[in-house]
Ligand binder design. Structure first.
Ligand code: ADP
Length: 319
């Protein structure tokens, strides 16, 4: 392979830049030209493609967001849109593509693979919801952002004897809520993978108050309920006054942690190795601190779920 492309797609995540940098530097190290596709699959369809040099990715390893920009592109879900994208890549002589993104972006990469185009996926999403990897790029940073917020909210919660409900990201996946809840010492964690009983939660909150707790922190993944809606349920069940914080998009931003930078560097680098070895149609990941790769088919056939032992641990430690 003499020319490869790289794009970032879907929801952005901290560490995507570090992954782009790794792809570009690794390829150039192996005398391969690298082209940046700006604006995800939309940019691909419209030929928004520029050659990247070593210096193009200087000074980005510590930056959140993505220098290649990201987008969502409905047109790319059609074979015609995919063909248009492939034509643009062919026009530039680009023979293989690294797609950095989440589940939806992987579907796009799989579609390209089915059309005969060599594509490798790198898991970039804060949700940690991609099978075939224990961690996705951006999860650790998002987690630390949430923990920082919980710690600050805890300070004010304890000053005022309040029940705080903190809504975090995670439509279908509870990892951010679960890990942040465990690391932040939350009393209750609500995640999409596990149902909840409002009366049980009410009893727990009341018991906590009886034994002298000055505050309670409840973490709610957005996929379970909005913070405001859940606050109404709690108030109805307990008569406690609650306060709600919706952390929102701050969870997506910020300088990536060392963990995410190292992960992105390792995974981006392996993606290029796979293209060099002509092994398209695969996605890279990390398992037991080893870089691994699976076919898209394998990734989509596996169910990525939370670690239920961690959920039980969080319950044991928050009595
Ligand atoms: P993420 O990659 O973060 O999960 P999305 O689900 O929004 O984000 O997907 C990003 C983009 O990937 C979509 O806008 C679309 O262009 C492409 N995509 C998603 N699903 C498919 C699909 N089934 N086939 C082809 N492309 C897809």
């Amino acid at each position: 392979m003499k020319k490869i492309g790289v794009l970032t797609s879907g929801g952005d995540s901290p560490g995507m830049n570090a992954a782009v940098r790794a792809v570009v530097r690794k390829a150039i190290y192996h005398n391969i030209e690298v082209y940046g596709i700006f604006g995800g699959y939309t940019g691909m369809i419209h030929g928004n493609i520029k050659k990247l040099e070593l210096g193009s990715v200087g000074d980005i390893i510590h930056r959140g967001g993505t220098m290649l920009y990201s987008a969502r592109c409905e047109e790319f879900k059609t074979p015609a849109g995919q063909q248009q994208g492939i034509e643009q890549l062919n026009k530039h002589g680009i023979e293989g593509l690294v797609v950095i993104g989440g589940d939806g972006s992987y579907r796009g990469a799989e579609a390209l693979t089915e059309q005969g185009y060599a594509c490798v996926g790198v898991p970039g999403t804060i949700d940690n919801d991609i099978a075939g990897t224990q961690y996705t790029i951006g999860f650790d940073t998002a987690l630390n952002t949430v923990i920082d917020a919980i710690d600050k909210i805890r300070d004010t919660a304890s000053s005022h004897e309040r029940t705080f409900i903190i809504e975090v990201m995670g439509r279908d996946a509870g990892d951010i809520a679960l890990w942040a809840g465990l690391a932040g010492g939350a009393e209750t964690i609500l995640i999409p993978e596990v149902g909840y009983n409002i009366n049980e939660i009410g009893t727990r909150l009341k018991k906590g108050l009886e034994r002298g707790k000055r505050h309670s922190i409840i973490i709610v993944a957005e996929g379970v309920s909005s913070g405001a809606e859940f606050a109404r349920e709690v108030e109805k069940a307990t008569n406690f006054e609650t306060r709600v914080s919706v952390l929102g998009h701050i969870q997506r931003g910020g300088s990536p942690t060392a963990f995410d930078r190292v992960l992105a560097s390792r995974l981006g680098s392996r993606a290029v190795e796979l293209l060099i070895d002509k092994k398209g149609g695969r996605a890279v990941g990390i398992q037991n601190n080893q870089v691994v790769d699976y076919s898209f088919e394998e990734i989509f056939s596996k169910e990525k779920s939370i670690d239920f032992s961690m959920y039980h641990l969080s319950q044991e430690l928050s009595i």
